[in-house]
Structures are given as C-alpha cells and as structure tokens.
Design a protein around this ligand. Sequence first.
Ligand code: FES
Length: 156
Amino acid sequence: MHTHRRYNFKNQHFAGQEGRLIPLLQQAQTEDGYLRRERLEEIHKLSGIPLAHIYGVATFYAQFRLKPVGKFLLRACHGTACHVSGAVELSQAVEKHLGVPNGETTADRMFSIETVSCLGCCSLAPAMMINGATFGNLSPSAAVKVVKKYQKGERS
Ligand code: FES
C-alpha cells in the first residue's frame, strides 16, 4: 500500500519530530483538504509519534485545518486598516447572511468563513478574499452581494 510506504519512517529517531511531521501533515491536508482524524491516526501508528503531539503540532501552525472547508473559503481581513474601515460590520453581515459564525462552514459545504490579520491590500480596506479573488472597499451589504453571486453560481 503506497500510503504506508509514504509514511514509513518507523526506524528513524524521534529527534526533529516536527521537521518530519510538518511535511506529512501538509501532504495529508493537500490530499484531503483538511487533517482528517483517520489520517492523523495513521501517521501516529506508522511513526510512533504520540497522537497528542501530532495534534499539538497541527493546532499550533495556522496553516493546518482540523475541519473541512467549504467549496469557497471567504477570508475577511481584520487587520488594522480594515478594522477601522468597518471589517467587524462586514463580517457580521456575512455571518448573518450565511447563518454561521466566523471559523465555521455552512451546512451545504458551500462557504467557510474566517478572519485573517492582513490580506496585503490595505488600500482596498475593508477587504475580503473568496478563494483566489480579492474584493475591496466593501460595505457590509456589498460583501453580502458578492457572497450571493457565488451562491447563485454567477461566480465560481
Ligand atoms: S489590513 Fe486588511 S488588507 Fe491589510
């Protein structure tokens, strides 16, 4: 089974566990979209690295997700520039429209929403990204309008 070969590092020492773990976690996340419990258990069984340690690493690094994400990942910027331009109201409007709090995914798995500390386009504050697309100078209602376009399939 090729999965086993991939994760077969039984004979290596525990030193530098994180250095070995991170690429495995990245690979698992790339394949599954997030870190499934079964994958973490598989890594644990094959490596002997305690599951608690694996979870510790997975939760420490912001790049890892322990929950599945929706088809569209909406990242609302809550950095300073966006914050003073109404990022909180923007997020509240989006959360209300989608019916889920920040950090969650809608029941239909269409949208996941999260906040980030800067999207690198502060002159467009308040800004948000949906997958690879950036939207700026958004009023709360303009942000909701953008979300609706994705929901209607007018954007993908
Ligand atoms: S603070 Fe929002 S893009 Fe920089």
